[in-house]
Design a protein. Structure first.
Length: 441
């Protein structure tokens, strides 16, 4: 029988209280279950970026916010201000509050359910569950309103709303099977699924952080989870995991909803907002919207509750401030890890090279693949699905179209050739394989 992969070190995933020491100072990661933020909470984050960090807010691939460049000894002040804003409801559960949710749920007339109540109740249950503190800071819960955007991320525990909104499918990682549960039981069922994962680890003696790290025969079984649910008074039924059409991230721009209400969807270049840009976005929510912001797992932000004229005016102002407001922007779908000088493991200043490349790129076309620059083989924060992997090698860059861990096409280039190589790789319908020029071309 296979055993889960061992981990030679403990999970060092940072949190709001467990800071990570980087070359540019300490780093804090603030969890935002469901990506949900109030106007006041968003304002507090901007103040923290200016007062304690380097004046920026970085968005992560799980819809969380990072503060970098924190000074030594600021942890107590940071924690106190986060608690005061309701952003740190439980010190012990800080790092396990990873909940990604469909950011357009309830806004555009698509999807089968407004999953925000699920996100809030799941967070409450997580903070009340002492046993779940054994989860890794990388374990991800996903709440999908039925459009398939969150399911495409393959979270460890996924709940997918079904047509009619009265039921949901509960899935473990990439497994082929699912359980059908009532919608009102979704948050409790998600917690019980996480407990089942931990039970598998205890029984097998493994130290896996994610469901996908387990051998298929060791992944939590639907029948065992069904028994656990039944013991808690939750009914379920096994069903094959249907081939759900996988949805796309919200495109930048205006989002029309029912009842004459609109939202704006924006992103920052390489997922990094200045405090000034963040405040401009926050004022949009507080002055004209519903007082809510939704941070997405694709390093963007959605602000709901606007009228059509206000949405148009705000998009223009946000574009003038340097934010991404159109899917035609070459910056749309582009990301990068910290790179040099912030990360000692990086082989290049990937953010500078990515910026130079994207500034020279032509506008993107429909369906352009996401692209991510990585300074080393760890590829911290890279997207899932099919994407363009730009990997620093210490002797130029390796550019590959990648699906999960498999490469489809590969080219080598210098930093000077990145624009052409990346543009060709992002084309969703290439006419022929392309090899970029450079010392290895």
């Amino acid at each position: 029988m296979s055993t889960p992969p061992g981990r030679e070190r403990g999970d060092a995933c940072p949190g709001a209280l467990r800071l990570h020491t980087a070359d540019d100072g300490a780093l804090a990661r603030v969890r935002l279950p469901g990506g949900l933020l109030t106007y006041r909470q968003a304002s507090v984050l901007a103040d923290l970026a200016d007062d304690l960090a380097d004046g920026h807010l970085d968005l992560t691939s799980r819809g969380n916010v990072q503060l970098r460049g924190l000074a030594d000894g600021c942890g107590a002040a940071l924690g106190a201000r986060l608690r005061g804003a309701g952003l740190l409801p439980s010190d012990r559960h800080d790092r396990i509050r990873n909940v990604a949710a469909s950011p357009l749920s309830g806004l555009d007339g698509k999807g089968f359910s407004d999953i925000r109540p699920w996100a809030r109740e799941l967070d409450r249950l997580l903070c009340a569950s002492d046993g779940l503190t054994a989860l890794s800071g990388r374990f991800l819960f996903g709440l999908d309103d039925g459009r398939g955007d969150i399911a495409a991320l393959v979270p460890d525990v996924t709940l997918i709303a079904t047509e009619g909104g009265r039921e949901a499918l509960l899935c473990f990682g990439p497994g082929p099977d699912a359980l059908r549960v009532a919608a009102q039981d979704v948050p409790h069922a998600a917690v019980l699924a996480a407990r089942e994962f931990l039970a598998v680890l205890r029984e097998s003696g493994g130290k896996a952080w994610r469901v996908r790290e387990l051998a298929p025969e060791l992944r939590p079984r639907p029948e065992r989870l069904a028994a656990r649910l039944a013991a808690a008074g939750i009914g379920s039924a096994p069903v094959p995991r249907a081939a759900l059409p996988l949805g796309s991230p919200p495109a930048p721009g205006a989002v029309q909803g029912p009842g004459g209400r609109w939202a704006v969807s924006v992103a920052a270049p390489l997922g990094r907002f200045s405090a000034a840009q963040w405040r401009l976005l926050t004022r949009t929510a507080g002055q004209d919207g519903d007082g809510e912001l939704r941070v997405t797992p694709w390093r963007g932000v959605v602000v709901p509750g606007l009228t059509a004229p206000v949405a148009a005016a705000r998009l223009a102002a946000l574009a003038d401030a340097g934010l991404i407001t159109s899917a035609a922007s070459p910056w749309h779908g582009a990301g990068a890890c910290t790179g040099r000088p912030g990360c000692v493991k990086s082989l290049a200043d990937v953010r500078a090279d990515a910026t130079a490349s994207l500034r020279a790129a032509r506008p993107g076309g429909p369906g352009a693949l996401p692209v991510y620059w990585s300074g080393c083989e760890r590829r911290c924060g890279h997207p899932g699905g099919r994407w363009v992997d730009v990997l620093a090698t210490g002797d130029g860059y390796r550019v590959a179209v990648r699906r999960e861990t498999e490469d489809e096409t590969v080219a080598m280039t210098t930093a000077a050739g990145l624009t052409d190589a990346v543009t060709a790789a992002r084309d969703p319908h290439p006419t022929e394989p392309t090899t970029a020029g450079g010392p290895h071309g």
